[in-house]
Design a protein around this ligand. Structure first.
Ligand code: OOB
Length: 584
């Protein structure tokens, strides 16, 4: 296994193999076996572009040969940051073929996140769009290459025919100067480097070891800097298969990937990988708006998709006035953040499909409600683990099991839950129990039927419409501002996103305004979804008995509630908070 990763202890690995969870099958085997069974069938759809299983397999072979010619090889890490385009899938499978490891970055990530991911992973390559949604990715890539010593290869989607937004792609080629001359290689050129005949099955790439890391997911992060989650072929192929079985996905299904494809939810629960495993069709959509998605659902006969609760709200509103026929849709998977039962209850009658609640994490454990569960369970719980080998404990603050039905922290261990973050030995001693259970930081309880109910969290994170924002990370950036002496970031409830980000700031001299702060954080290269939505200027931050910032008090103030035990704490100056709420 790649250096810096924690393998499962021998007895667990042996057990997972003996019990048939891990079958020694890599993601490359998965694609090749589906291509063998479903050759001419459509595997991927993106706008007007359609790729059969054979074509996807062939393109990933050519791309692998091209990457190899570019010097990418076994064990290399390559940061991949692409929107929901077919090339994301082609690039990932190409890297898997070489035994190289994609590191998934979100399209919204900027200099701060990309630099960190490149440094932490020791990436040699970086794959990115052209100018996407107005952001010049090639310019960022050049900067990062200058800053990160290991990074030597830059690849862009920019001139790839049929990119989701041709206008943007064209603009990228024109304005961002993505030519090989400045060392940025278009993916189309990588794919065309080698004669396809040379990239056939006999090409000399050793098959990846199924027990080795396949790729890295990004942790939602409670620490100041995001952590990397190594996912092995064995564990991920198993998770996708278990998800396929739990949702009853078959080759007749069409899955719409509408959340970013780099999310574990979209990529493998059952997502893209599960659909390819089942021989179905994956449709890639650029964004989750109903105006974009409903016509695609109708045209492609989409049967399953995965969204977050805020998208469900948008879709319910739009279903009243948009006229598309959504009758093909059988299951709407909803997960990533709290889904209120009142909203869940509207999905059946108003969208004409079944809800499946999904709780999950990039670290591993996935739970689903199932078809056939009583309505009560589907509406009010997050269901049961997808694997009989998933182990769950609910514990108190001393890691002792709580009484049945009581709320406590969710710990988990199993055949697709990590045993350690990448290159994070110190953090790992805190994130895992001695016997390998992962501390999720979520507060949960189990119903008598064994269904999991998420009740809150103890981790210092804000769940902004499913986007996870580490409070510590934002605080670090705030503290770098010259007008800020102290800062604390807490969630504030929001009807649409579930939570937004509220920053409490003790100023030095003239207090900064929210707009100015957001501009300063953007300038520092922080992704847009991590910017504070609201700013509270205070004279001091309340402290706990142990001298740490008392975020319970701050969160209560942000909610407009009387602060618990805050008799001696008065936020100042009083008055309206500085908010910046986007419409809708
Ligand atoms: C998914 O993965 P991540 O890694 O972005 O975030 C994990 C965290 C969980 O620890 C929990 O705090 C929260 O997101 N969460 C939920 C939830 N599902 C995830 N909180 C309340 N209700 C839910 N249903 O978010 C993810 C990964 C795979 C599948 C689905 C979601």
């Amino acid at each position: 296994m790649l250096d810096g990763c924690t393998p499962w202890p021998k007895e667990y690995a042996e057990r997972y193999r003996a019990e048939g969870y891990w079958r020694g099958e890599s993601l490359v085997d998965l694609l090749e076996s589906s291509a063998g069974r479903h050759g001419g069938k459509t595997a991927l759809v993106q706008g007007d572009r359609r790729l059969s299983y054979e074509e996807l397999d062939g393109r990933s072979r050519r791309m692998a040969a091209g990457f190899r010619a570019q010097g990418i090889g076994a064990a290399d890490r390559v940061v991949v940051q692409l929107p929901n385009v077919a090339e994301f899938v082609v690039v990932c499978f190409a890297l898997f073929r070489l035994g190289a490891h994609p590191v998934f970055a979100l399209p919204a990530h900027r200099a701060s996140e990309i630099r960190h991911l490149c440094e932490l992973s020791g990436a040699v390559g970086y794959v990115f769009p052209g100018v996407h949604r107005g952001f010049d990715h090639p310019a960022l890539a050049r900067r990062i290459r200058d800053e990160v010593g290991t990074l030597r290869k830059l690849f862009t989607l920019a001139d790839t025919a049929g990119s989701t937004d041709t206008a943007e792609a064209t603009e990228a080629v024109d304005t961002a100067g993505t030519t090989e001359a400045d060392g940025i290689v278009p993916l189309s050129a990588v794919e065309a480097t080698v004669d396809p005949a040379d990239a056939g099955p006999s090409s000399p790439s050793p098959a990846p070891d199924p027990a080795d890391v396949a790729f890295f997911l990004l942790s939602g992060g409670t620490t100041a800097l995001p952590k990397l989650i190594p996912r092995t072929h064995d564990d991920y192929v198993y998770m996708a298969r278990a998800a396929v079985e739990a949702i009853g996905l078959t080759e007749d299904d069409t899955y719409l990937a509408v959340l970013p494809v780099e999310f574990n939810f979209t990529w493998g629960c059952p997502g893209v990988i599960g659909t390819l495993l089942a021989g179905g069709t994956v449709v890639l959509a650029e964004d989750p708006t109903p105006e974009r998605c409903f016509p695609v659902i109708e045209r492609e006969g989409v049967t399953v998709t995965a969204v977050g609760p805020s998208v469900v709200q948008l879709w319910l509103e739009a279903a009243e006035w948009l006229e598309q026929d959504l009758s093909s849709l059988r299951t709407l998977q909803v997960g990533g953040s709290t889904f209120h039962p009142e909203l869940a209850a509207r999905v059946g009658p108003e969208l004409g499909c079944r809800v499946q609640q999904v709780f999950g994490m990039a670290e591993g454990l996935i739970t689903f409600t199932r078809d056939g569960d009583p309505d009560e369970a589907v509406l009010t719980t997050q269901g049961r683990p997808i694997s009989p080998a998933d182990e769950i404990r609910i514990v108190d603050t001393r890691d002792q099991d709580v009484e049945a039905g009581t709320v406590g922290e969710l710990l988990t261990r199993g055949p697709y839950t990590l045993r350690g973050y990448y290159r994070a030995p110190e953090h790992n001693t805190r994130a895992f129990t001695e016997d390998g259970f992962y501390h999720s930081g979520d507060l949960a309880r189990l119903t008598p039927d064994g269904n999991l109910v998420i009740e809150g969290r103890i981790k210092d994170m804000i769940n902004r419409g499913g986007d996870k924002v580490s409070a510590g990370e934002v605080e670090g950036h705030l503290l770098a501002h010259p007008a800020i002496a102290r800062a604390a970031v807490v969630p504030v409830p929001d009807e649409y996103l579930g939570e937004r980000i509220c920053a409490f700031v003790v100023p030095v001299g003239e207090p900064p305004a929210l707009r100015e702060l957001k501009a300063a954080l953007t300038e520092r290269g922080l992704a847009g979804y991590k910017l504070p939505d609201r700013l509270e200027i205070v004279a001091e931050l309340p402290l706990t008995g142990l001298g740490k910032t008392d975020k319970k008090i701050l969160a209560a103030i942000a909610r407009g509630e009387p602060a618990p035990a805050a008799a001696d704490f008065v936020p100042s100056p009083p008055g309206r908070p500085d908010t910046d709420r986007p419409a809708g």
